[in-house]
Design a protein around this ligand. Structure first.
Ligand SMILES: Nc1ncnc2c1ncn2[C@@H]1O[C@H](COP(=O)(O)OP(=O)(O)O)[C@@H](O)[C@H]1O
Ligand SMILES: [Mg+2]
Length: 381
């Protein structure tokens, strides 16, 4: 599974072009501000129909343009056992047995259309399963040292990757919190018992899933971190749910009732998974208080490796990987260790600055491109 080629049209600063990507690894090399991340973002957008850098689609459109489009030919090599006619090959082999799909995303008149093999996709959930992709980037450090909502986002994303239906659970929960909050603000106390029950039901489900994700992470996360950092001390992730010690439903409902006066006074729901916390702890204390930026960055890389493994273990499939400048952060020893634990992938896109040792990571089939002022140019040597 992977992109054979990608076409960009009026996308950020990238020149309109079709880029051959039929290789297990694609390297993009260039100075800062040339368009490397923009291309990685385009790959991500083709996978999920949304960016990892912004929620505002208008920013993806080239300044001054009224129409933007991306398209990608995808070689599907998943599930070879279920379908003997689909070969399990790398994208470069280009065998006629591999099934090819076309996806297109078009922004026009303030609207976005997502088209897979000529059919409009209405629900983005459909995309998540078909082309799972995991991005490693600078901002990931926020999953470690950012506000609690960043950690919640990370674990919710991990769970949604494996089970897109979890997105519905999250949406339901947010809707109930919104409704309950307006009832609190308007003092419509007669509505609260029903909302409390729904909040407790949906919230407990989220709590259970988050606990499960953290438990699955702890198995690999600690080892990975020790392995790459060379640290003797154990780094663990602790889940600190708002409703402590997994109470049964009726107990949560009672708890919400107990807090009702507080909630009414403040006009907001003060307990539930929207207040959950996660903690990175070493030797019993908060790691983010003392760790250096380098250590926090490494922690965020390990989170992504663990996320990819979590996905692969459960889905039995390998994701696409996008690595945006992340090697830059690591010294040569840790870089080698990181590459050694990189999760198995069907295809990976890497960005490098021109003075990085990218040639030493290159394999025979790796495609290498230079990126200069939005132009993505192939290079033979
Ligand atoms: N919508 C847009 N239209 C035109 N240019 C854009 C748009 N969004 C970003 N850019 C330009 O893209 C460049 C940044 O590209 P980027 O991919 O982040 O660089 P890098 O190679 O460092 O990863 C900047 O010069 C920025 O001005
Ligand atoms: Mg960049």
């Amino acid at each position: 599974m992977g992109f054979r080629s990608i076409r960009v049209y009026n996308y950020r600063n990238l020149h309109n072009a079709e880029i051959d990507t039929a290789a297990p690894e694609v390297f993009l090399v260039g100075e800062n501000g040339q368009g490397k991340s923009n291309f990685l973002e385009a790959v991500y957008v083709l996978c999920y129909a949304s960016s990892f850098r912004t929620r505002t689609d208008a920013l993806l459109m080239r300044h001054g343009s009224s129409e933007t489009a991306l398209s990608g030919s995808v070689t599907e090599t998943e599930n070879p056992t279920n379908d003997p006619h689909v070969a399990s090959v790398d994208p470069q082999a280009g065998t006629s047995l591999a099934r090819c799909t076309e996806r297109r995303i078009i922004w026009r008149d303030g609207k976005k259309r997502v088209i897979v093999d000529g059919r409009d996709v209405e629900d983005r959930k459909e995309l998540i399963r078909s082309l799972p992709c995991i991005v490693f980037c600078h901002d990931d450090i926020q999953f470690v040292r950012g506000a609690p909502d960043m950690q919640r986002y990370f674990f919710d994303q991990t769970l949604s990757l494996d089970d897109p239906l979890f997105i519905d659970t999250l949406r339901d929960y947010r809707r109930i919190v919104r409704l309950r909050n307006s009832a609190l603000k308007e003092y419509r106390t007669e509505l609260l018992p029903a909302y409390d029950r729904q909040l407790a039901q949906t919230g407990l489900e989220i709590q259970l899933r988050r606990r499960e994700a953290v438990a699955a992470f702890s198995a690999t996360f600690c080892d990975l971190y020790q392995g790459i950092s060379g640290s003797e001390d154990k780094l663990v992730i602790e889940y600190r749910p708002s409703w402590k010690s997994d109470p049964p439903l009726e107990k949560v409902i009672a708890l919400l009732e107990d807090r009702r006066q507080t909630d009414l006074a403040i006009g907001t729901t003060t307990s539930g998974p929207h207040r959950d916390r996660f903690r990175f702890a070493m030797n019993g204390s908060d790691y983010t208080d003392t760790a250096s930026t380098g250590q926090l960055r490494l922690t965020s890389l390990v989170l992504r490796v663990a996320q990819a493994r979590f996905f692969s273990d459960r889905a039995g499939r390998r994701p696409l990987l996008l690595l945006d400048d992340v090697m830059l952060e690591l010294d040569p020893v840790r870089r080698a260790r990181f590459l050694a634990v990189l999760p198995a992938y069907d295809q990976a896109f890497f960005t490098f600055l021109p003075d990085e040792q990218f040639n030493s990571y290159r394999k025979d089939a790796t495609l290498l491109y230079r990126v200069v002022a939005g132009v993505i140019d192939g290079e033979s040597g």
